[in-house]
Write a protein that binds this ligand. Structure first.
Ligand code: ZN
Length: 180
């Protein structure tokens, strides 16, 4: 098995473990196009596995799931989370069982859904220690086989790209340290 999650922790933490930009947890192979345009924002969106929707839609929305290929819209200002370019209703942020990181700027929103690194937790650690251990801790868990981003993260994929960007952003906005 070509498994990205067995790479060295440092490689995983840097989000450089995936080959073909696909995580080893992406196992559903379908013939549908790799990308499709969101019907609302026109954002080019990536395929998402059916299991992601099965776990992350509110239970009463599961009846609306159709046997089609779904895509995940990553546009921050668009309320569509999952859509299909076949004849099926789309699912909005209200219909997702969790808050979607990219579409909800709240501090209580997870960046990493598997190990519960919320924006608040990352910010707090950086305030207290001036650095973040989120990426390396997540990488260790991934390597230990404890990650389930395919069913816990709304985008259905590894969070480390988001983690690293968010950490960078928080560090960049930290008040200047007094060095003298
Ligand atoms: Zn959209």
């Amino acid at each position: 098995m070509n498994s990205c999650c067995v790479q060295p922790v440092e490689v995983i933490a840097a989000d450089q473990h995936k080959s073909d930009e696909n995580c080893c947890l992406i196992v559903e192979k379908t013939l549908a196009p790799t990308r499709a345009e969101c019907p609302v924002s026109r954002t080019l969106s990536r395929k998402v596995q059916r299991r992601t929707l099965e776990h992350l839609l509110k239970p009463d929305k599961l009846d609306s799931l159709r046997n089609v290929q779904y895509y995940y819209c990553k546009e921050p200002t668009c309320n569509v989370v999952y859509f299909s370019n076949e004849n099926a209703p789309f699912f909005s942020t209200d219909e997702a069982a969790v808050k979607v990181f990219v579409k909800d700027q709240g501090d209580d929103v997870p960046v990493c859904y598997c190990f519960n690194w919320t924006r608040a937790r990352i910010k707090q650690q950086i305030r207290e220690t001036e650095k973040s251990t989120a990426a390396i801790e997540i990488a260790r868990e991934i390597k230990a086989g404890n990650c389930a981003c395919d069913i816990k993260n709304p985008k259905g994929e590894c969070c480390l790209g988001d983690i690293n960007l968010f950490v960078k952003e928080v560090l960049a906005h930290m008040p200047e340290r007094r060095s003298e």
